[in-house]
Design a protein around this ligand. Structure first.
Ligand code: 6PG
Length: 219
């Protein structure tokens, strides 16, 4: 927690990159500096494979594409690129989600990077959404509960919770209430970020001071 949140998160991402294995990225604006810093620290990403915890069903060159975010902030910057598994957004959300679910069969995530929206959503799992109840599938179609209002594909609560490390990256005062609900209160479908914790491994939240402002002091 604190000023160097991007550096702390980048170190955790680099550890996963160097360890090889499967890494699920998130979208939004927070990850970009973390990705860029990690790409600067470690030029060789060839031992790991990248997945997307959620994706907007838009073309990969669309500014709203989470794949485009990773291409610009990782893939175009590293000397030895990773294996990549983008969501096939050229199909509709249901077909793309089914294909992704099948592609993820047998894949155990080593690291799931997640953001939290001001409403407490994470990936494309939105408050009170029916997607929160999915227990079998690894990836499903989802309706957007916040901008951008485009159909989504998202990994599910049980699949993200199966990751060896779940790493939340949350910055900004506008997230403080959602952070308090996600990390200081009992799990609730009102705050999907509070439903995801690594079952077997570690759950880490890297926060700046502003996002952590409403957390009860650890004690
Ligand atoms: C998405 C993201 C989403 C994001 C949060 C936080 O596709 O929109 O995966 O879950 O992590 O909305 O976004 P910011 O980092 O922009 O605050």
């Amino acid at each position: 927690m604190g000023g160097n949140w991007a550096g702390e998160a980048a170190d955790l991402l680099v550890a996963a990159v160097r360890g090889g294995g499967h890494i699920a990225l998130s979208g939004g604006s927070t990850p970009r500096p973390v990705h860029e810093r990690a790409a600067e620290i470690e030029p060789d990403w060839s031992r790991c494979e990248l997945w997307w915890g959620d994706e907007r069903c838009v073309p990969h060159e669309d500014l709203r594409s989470n794949y485009r975010l990773a291409r610009e902030s990782i893939l175009d910057l590293v000397a030895q690129p990773p294996g990549v598994h983008p969501v096939r957004t050229e199909h509709g959300p249901e077909e793309a989600a089914l294909a992704y679910d099948q592609e993820l069969d047998g894949v155990e995530l080593d690291l799931a990077l997640l953001g939290v929206g001001p409403d407490g959503h994470t990936a494309s799992l939105f408050p009170q959404a029916s997607t929160l109840a999915e227990r079998q599938r690894r990836a499903i179609a989802a309706e957007a509960g916040l901008e951008p209002f485009v159909p989504r594909v998202t990994m599910t609560v049980p699949y993200l919770s199966a990751a060896k490390v779940v790493l939340f990256l949350v910055v900004g005062a506008e997230k403080a209430d959602a952070v308090a609900r996600a990390f200081d209160r009992p799990p609730s479908p009102a705050t999907p970020a509070g439903l995801i914790r690594s079952r077997e491994g570690r759950t880490v939240a890297v926060l700046d001071e502003a996002a952590a402002a409403r957390l009860q002091a650890a004690g």
